[in-house]
Design a protein around this ligand. Structure first.
Ligand SMILES: [Zn+2]
Length: 398
């Protein structure tokens, strides 16, 4: 009898060990599934989606990897939240999405140059020194880049305030943080870019506005001199001028040039029908008509890229100069964020758009994963409870 009891006990403890092992395997499978889904959604998805983008070709240039073509990425309105606005989770989530998108794009697309067209920060216009330093440090970590890629930024109204909130202190701390000066001519591979502080084009002769306008005049003179290098008057009119390539520049700034509204804008990421009905306010939504004409006359650009509206648009100025509104890079500002990819040679260019993973995709895949996991857990519990009872019934001595 004792022998029989001992045998029962050992079978019972053996069953228990077997059951515990099964539970451990089940839990490991659940954890593995969760880990795989988080790894895919938080890292790999960005490579899968952005990996589908490619540099646009320029007619007549066979291989854009040769040194003659400059590959440039344009982003706008990253709006990093500061200490005042927004929930901490909102901040964490959106910054993570932008960082992963940007890092995946750098790794996959290997641009030579990246421009971010203003409103890098949401609260630069009012943040105190400590908050400003924190925001700048986070921005630099998110948008870190290898030495062979250059990153340049334009200033926006959220970085230093709208014209009447803008102070020299706010402008200087922005310029110092990003090692730039307002109204800058950047020449790479014979391609000229002019980065403008569009907040300072109020035309009211304020100190910052005056400096910006003087700087634009100097750039205009330098570009004109470069265009007339073979001209007889060159040495007389262009003494002490360091010529650049004689090509028309690409104008980069935060505010778009003057347009009445976004009514004519087309495309899946253009403004919504309600937004299209809104008339733009000069010096607030877009540059004033006067400032826009002045920029076109002074710089004679071949292409303009701007931000601020958060939506896509393509406008033709004077019937021949295209302006591209670069949509916001942040999921906080639009559900389908993107950036523009440009291939440039000295006399031609070609643009394409690259969309980032959308929040809807991320939420849908996570929801699907949770449903699948719940089905698996429910099936396991059913098997453990009802399956065992069924087996126990079946093996009961009749
Ligand atoms: Zn703005």
């Amino acid at each position: 009898m004792y022998k029989h009891l001992a045998a029962m006990r050992s079978t019972f403890s053996g069953d228990k060990v077997f059951h515990l092992n099964k539970v451990n395997v089940f839990l490991l499978k659940c954890l593995g599934f969760l880990f795989a889904i988080v790894l895919f959604m938080e890292f790999l998805l960005y490579y899968v989606v952005i990996g589908q983008c490619s540099w646009p070709d320029i007619k007549g240039v066979a291989d854009h990897n040769t040194g003659s073509t400059l590959r440039v990425m344009f982003l706008a309105d990253t709006h990093l939240l500061g200490e005042i606005r927004g929930h901490w989770f909102d901040k964490l989530r959106r910054e993570w999405q932008m960082e992963r998108s940007y890092q995946a794009a750098l790794w996959l697309l290997q641009p030579n140059l990246v421009f971010i067209l203003g409103d890098l920060f949401d609260e630069g216009k009012w943040s105190r020194t400590k908050a400003w330093d924190d925001d700048v440090a986070r921005f630099k970590k998110m948008f870190r880049h290898p030495p062979h890629t250059e990153l340049m930024v334009a200033v926006g109204n959220h970085d230093i305030g709208f014209h009447y909130e803008m102070t020299l202190h706010k402008l200087k701390r922005f310029e110092k943080a990003f090692n730039i000066t307002s109204g800058k001519l950047v020449s790479r591979n014979g391609i000229n870019f002019v980065v403008v502080n569009s907040v300072a084009l109020e035309g009211d002769n304020c100190v910052i506005c005056r400096e910006e306008e003087e700087q634009l005049l100097r750039i205009s003179h330098r570009l004109n001199c470069s265009r007339m290098q073979k001209h007889a008057d060159f040495s007389k009119r262009c003494r002490n001028v360091r010529p650049v390539s004689a090509t028309s520049p690409i104008l980069l700034q935060h505010y778009p040039l003057y347009r009445k509204s976004d009514a004519e804008c087309t495309g899946e990421d253009a403004a919504s029908p309600e937004e299209k009905k809104v008339q733009f306010k000069e010096k607030y939504d877009v540059l004033s008509h006067n400032a826009s004409e002045k920029l076109l006359n002074l710089l004679q650009p071949r292409l303009i890229l701007s931000g601020h509206t958060h939506s896509a648009c393509e406008v033709l100025h004077r019937g021949e100069i295209p302006e591209i509104s670069v949509p916001s890079f942040s999921c906080r500002n639009r559900k389908d964020p993107s950036f523009i990819m440009g291939s440039f040679t000295a006399d031609d260019f070609s643009l394409a758009k690259c969309f980032l993973p959308t929040e809807n995709t991320i939420i849908n895949v996570y929801s699907m994963g949770i449903v699948l996991l719940m089905i698996y857990v429910a099936a396991y519990i059913w098997q453990v409870t009802y399956g065992r009872k069924f087996l126990a019934k079946k093996h009961k001595p009749g």
